[in-house]
Design a protein around this ligand. Structure first.
Ligand code: ZN
Ligand code: ZN
Length: 387
């Protein structure tokens, strides 16, 4: 890291000048390069990244670009480092920062927001009006690491202190990478009203957000919690994380099953995490009149929706982006209190050098992979063994 006025470091955590970093070349192409270690500015710290999880949205960014936005356009061949679900150790403090100390373990939220627009002021920093306006002549201070600024597939990264979540001592690096995933589920539930004790909830799609959606929802006290999906091994994990009922939609109709399991009247809340083409229509038929649907997945195509059914039944639809309103702090609290064991969805760990293999595992679900974690230190490279 280059020397900079007001930046504090410690001999206990020496910071090198340069680091290993993966950058996105053409679509689907990752290249390992060396980059300068970034310097924290006001209200920022430098983290040594200890672990980073691969998210379905990373796969989307690497192959298709969106929703990353670098210098106002697609992220390809711009020396951009993706990766957003990371945790690490604070190794340098930007000017004036005393909220965290060097050596402290933290996990991170993705979105810093600009801090000055209406949505940021409301705590909806994942919906910042200045998303991606951090280049050229405009610098609104917006950061969404791994989307509009460099992310976590490297050894060090700077983070705004508002994106840091202190983690419990007993929490492993791997578990800490899952806090932001749980935080996304928590944000969805926050937007639906947050108070779900005694209410009925269905979660559709047992990916990482869906599975932790079950876990976070269950911790908030609803009954019953119903999980639908197509893979029995994932539904089994859903049960372990708190689902009262699981429905394999290859064997029975999802809407009928959910309605039957809640006495025929449909559920109060649906958290839609599958992104399947018929998912929105299924969800609006799973909820009861006046029910609420949280849409947490990015579908690939536009789909027709039965709007008349929504209107006739006063159904609410919420589009949820990321992890706003400090939901990640609440999710971490549940995890620190051992209200659920998020590590049930962590399946594989690879060395940072083996990122392309790790990504293949996540993408092709090799060996039933769910959450695949990459670590820069402490994990032997296993290029051959992993094949
Ligand atoms: Zn993610
Ligand atoms: Zn903003």
């Amino acid at each position: 890291m280059a020397a900079a006025a007001g930046v504090k470091t410690s001999p206990d955590f020496p910071v090198p000048e340069t680091m290993k970093a993966w950058v996105l070349g053409n679509p689907g192409e990752l290249i390992l390069v060396r980059k300068p270690v970034p310097v924290p500015r006001r209200a920022e710290v430098l983290l040594r990244i200890d672990a980073v999880a691969i998210c379905a949205t990373d796969l989307e960014v690497i192959d298709h670009g969106s929703p990353a936005l670098i210098q106002g356009g697609m992220p390809f061949n711009k020396n951009f480092t993706p990766g957003h679900e990371y945790m690490g150790t604070v190794v340098a403090l930007g000017p004036g920062v005393d909220e965290y100390r060097i050596g402290q373990r933290v996990t991170v939220e993705i979105h810093a927001g600009c801090g000055q627009c209406k949505r940021c002021r409301e705590g909806m920093y994942t919906s910042c009006f200045n998303y991606g306006l951090n280049h050229g002549d405009v610098d609104k201070g917006h950061r969404a690491n791994g989307f509009t600024t460099d992310g976590g597939f490297c050894e060090y990264q700077v983070n705004n202190i508002n994106t840091l979540v202190a983690i419990a001592d007993g929490m492993s690096d791997e578990e800490a990478t899952l806090v932001v995933t749980a935080g996304t589920a928590m944000y969805g539930l926050t937007e639906l009203g947050g108070l779900v004790a005694g209410e009925s909830v269905a979660v559709t799609g047992p990916g990482p957000i869906g599975l932790l959606g079950v876990a976070v929802a269950k911790a908030l006290g609803p009954s019953p919690v119903i999980l639908t999906g197509t893979r029995d091994n994932r539904l089994k994990i859903g049960r372990e994380l708190g689902a009262d009922h699981v429905v394999n939609i290859r064997n029975e109709d999802a809407v009928e099953a959910v309605r039957r399991l809640n006495g025929g009247k449909g559920v109060d809340y649906v958290i839609e995490c599958s992104g399947a083409p018929n998912a929105v229509n299924d969800a609006i038929h799973m909820v009861n009149r006046g029910g609420k649907v949280c849409l947490a997945a990015f579908p690939h195509q536009e789909t027709p929706v039965d709007v008349a059914h929504i209107v006739r039944n006063n159904i609410y639809l919420y589009g949820i982006r990321g992890e706003g309103k400090s939901a990640t702090h609440r999710a971490e609290a549940f995890m620190a209190q051992k209200r659920f064991d998020a590590t049930k969805i962590h399946t594989h760990t690879f060395a940072l050098d083996d990122l392309p293999t790790a990504i293949r595992y996540a993408k092709d679900r090799v060996d039933d992979a769910i959450k695949v974690v990459v670590k820069a230190r402490g994990v032997a490279a296993q290029r051959v063994a992993a094949e």
